[in-house]
Design a binder for this molecule. Sequence first.
Ligand code: F3S
Length: 280
Amino acid sequence: SPSIRVAQHAGVCFGVKRALEEASKVLAEQDGSIHTLGELIHNPRVVQDLEQQGAHVAHSVDEVKDGTLIIRAHGVAPQVKQAAEDAGLHVVDATCPFVKRVQDHARSLYKGGYQVVIVGEAGHPEVEGILGCTDGKACIVSSAQEVEFLDISSRVGVVVQTTQTSKNLREVVDALLLRAREVRVFDTICSATNERQEAARALAATCDLMLVIGGRNSGNTRRLFQICHDVCPCTYHIEDAREIDPKWVACASNIGITAGASTPQGQIDDVLSTLKQITS
Ligand code: F3S
């Protein structure tokens, strides 16, 4: 039977795991109505499970009349958290400490008179939260090319969305250095993304079948898929163990598994046991 290996780093990161644990605690107490502000994690099955247990998804603070509101790992703008508290909600802030760190640096740069540049994806919830820490004044750039369109002041402070690559950060900083007198940079990239990508690439390179588990709406899962597909053409993105086609497995001798940052361990275990059943 084939060898089956899971990438050394795979699945939920520290921050998401922590947010899920916070939600479980709130659910165990079941004190009044429970909402998460946005889907707690980009994983349909987990969101459904949470819903069944009584944690509903709210798309804005206004939708929630009472009870507990859980803020997810991505964080929110301080104004949003304030609005929830002003509305009398019990706020459970599950913002990842690494995201908090980006927010804190952005705030202190802004207060220190720097023009804040956020390297990241405009519109992404994490970036929106960071933006709020600068009263909406920060500029968001996704790549070095965008720097040339910025109105640059002489003192620029840079923070970066946790999931960006250091290559992109470096390119943006290089472009800024050509234009500003002072550039202060906080490298706020979280190693979880990079670790998962490196581990996936290393494993996929030694496999003839690679399965990438995670929500189809999860950006980081799709990125893992691309990375694996580049080195292992027989790579499939699945959300669920039931999607595994025995035909994929039939002639594989080295099977690798990885999972996006929004895939709980339970789903990885399901895939492992399904594969073992098929191959035994
Ligand atoms: Fe936090 Fe890093 Fe995950 S910032 S939410 S541990 S990807």
